[in-house]
Design a protein. Structure first.
Length: 259
């Protein structure tokens, strides 16, 4: 059984093209009727649109096998009084979902990813948090990769804001417990015997996705097709109990190993 990340795992961070072996890996799972969930931290596109995009690239899987943070958001953040930060695409998706922005006295501060956060934005966010607003992250990624550059991910930004304000944060997507529990619930629809100990999480985010998965009892496989150029960049600095069981160059290597 598998939970499978998308960005940097199935598709390239650079041009969004399928990574070597990724489509074939899903085909193998479909042929062998192996239970799996595609678990992505997509926030730039409506869930149905991103699913359709993956389908257009040749990834064949039913929508019931797909989960992203936008599908969980309404259970975490009320639609009124939100100060949202992220890409223009993310803000447009929120508006289409009925969220109403408030940059005066918000009830919640919602953080997503973008490369060009400004000092003034951080100052505004800090004022809102010190004024009583809740801090919510769409996910808790460690690094954001774009245009061959690596930026602090949402997880890094959340920890900075928590340190600055002592306001604890909530995470909507990976690697939050509710997100993984929802993914497991959907996996059980494929196999009623599914449990975390039987799941292998595959991702390029070894600190965020995989660390959280290990803490919930999953096995983990780290692919080097996304955020990191080598295992040596990050694994030696991880606590031993959070290190992945396996490291692969890409999905093709995993496919070749399972035969």
């Amino acid at each position: 059984m598998y939970f499978i990340d998308v960005q940097g795992t199935l598709i390239s961070d650079e041009d969004k093209s399928p990574i070597r072996g990724s489509r074939e890996f899903l085909q193998r799972l479909n042929e062998e009727k192996t239970p799996y969930m595609i678990v992505t931290n997509n926030t730039k596109h409506a869930s149905s649109d991103f699913y359709a995009f993956l389908s257009s690239l040749g990834f064949e899987f039913p929508i019931s096998h797909y989960l992203d943070p936008l599908m969980m958001l309404e259970s975490v953040v009320e639609k009124e009084g939100v100060a949202a930060y992220g890409t223009d695409e993310f803000l447009k998706v929120l508006l289409s979902m009925g969220y109403r922005f408030d940059y005066e006295k918000p009830q919640s501060v919602l953080i997503s990813i973008k490369a060009n956060y400004t000092a003034d934005e951080y100052a505004q966010i800090i004022d809102f948090l010190l004024g009583g607003a809740k801090l919510v992250g769409m996910h808790e990624t460690s690094i954001y990769a774009k245009n061959s550059k690596r930026y602090p991910g949402v997880g890094a930004i959340l920890k900075m804001l928590e340190f600055a304000t002592s306001v604890h944060y909530t995470v909507v997507g990976k690697p939050s417990v509710p997100f993984y529990e929802e993914a497991l619930k959907r996996l059980k629809e494929q196999d009623s015997h599914a449990e975390f100990s039987k799941v292998t999480m595959i991702s390029d985010d070894v600190k965020g996705d995989l660390g959280g998965a290990k803490e919930m009892g999953m096995k983990t496989s780290f692919v080097l097709s996304g955020k990191y150029r080598s295992a040596g960049e990050i694994i030696p600095s991880l606590k031993p109990h959070l290190r992945p069981e396996r490291v692969y160059a890409n999905m093709q290597e995993i496919l070749e190993e399972i035969g």
